[in-house]
Each structure stands twice: as structure tokens, then as C-alpha cells.
Ligand binder design. Structure first.
Ligand code: ZN
Length: 132
């Protein structure tokens, strides 16, 4: 488990769920525009309420390219909430260090610490990084 206090974790989970709701509202709007009203009931779930069923997977069935960006974001949030449940939230998936709280505040869905993220993006922030 990351070095987050229960209060910090609570705050981040709240943030994730808020973002999730905002995304769902936008998706709902898109679906209304595209004539998929009858499937909007699907979107009235809270994250985690539907057990194993992923909202991202359900939405992918709509096959609307306009939703792709939203689906990616929703998938990220679902993955983050799953990590909260599994106890892996806030730990870098690449190197295993605790991700700093300010970074999680800015990017609640962050999977990597800043060092690993920069490495991934090809921006070497530190000179003399050991070569593997
Ligand atoms: Zn890392």
C-alpha cells in the first residue's frame, strides 16, 4: 500500500468518482445526440456498483468514435479505483515506489511515479541515469 493517509486516499477516491461522473454526464449527452437514449439507463451506475462489469467495456459496445476519448478516461478511472480496492493504488507500476501525493492530486489516475513517467515519455530529467 502506498504511503497515503486514509484521509488522502479518501480525497483522491472522491476526486476520481467526481471525474467519473463528469465523464458519464458528457457521454450521456453524446448518446442523447446520437439517438441511443434507450441505453442511457446503463450509465446510471456508480463506479464499482456493477461488480465486474466495466463501464468502459459497456460503452465500447456503442462503437462511437466520438466516445473513444471518454472511454479511455473512464477506463483509467476504473483501473485506478480497482487499484484502490486491491491496495495497489499510489504505487508506481514500473518501479514500485510510492507516488507522491501532490502528483496523485494532479493526476489521480497516475500509474507511475514522475521518474518512470518521464522515462516513458523519453524526457530524461536526470543526467547520468544508469543504462540497463
Ligand atoms: Zn516509478
Amino acid at each position: 500500500m502506498a504511503a497515503l493517509t486514509p484521509t488522502q486516499l479518501d480525497l483522491l477516491v472522491t476526486k476520481l468518482k467526481e471525474e467519473y461522473q463528469i465523464l458519464l454526464r458528457e457521454v450521456r449527452g453524446e448518446l442523447e445526440n446520437s439517438g441511443n437514449q434507450h441505453r442511457i439507463d446503463l450509465l446510471n451506475n456508480e463506479p464499482g456498483d456493477s461488480g465486474d462489469e466495466s463501464m468502459a467495456v459497456a460503452l465500447a459496445d456503442f462503437n462511437l468514435t466520438i466516445l473513444d476519448r471518454h472511454i479511455d478516461a473512464i477506463r483509467d478511472i476504473e483501473a485506478a479505483l480497482k487499484r484502490v480496492k486491491d491496495g495497489g493504488y499510489g504505487v508506481c507500476t514500473d518501479c514500485g515506489v510510492d507516488i507522491a501525493f501532490p502528483r496523485l492530486q494532479a493526476y489521480p489516475t497516475a500509474k507511475r511515479c514522475i521518474a518512470c513517467q518521464e522515462k516513458r515519455e523519453g524526457n530524461f530529467a536526470h543526467e547520468g541515469h544508469p543504462k540497463m
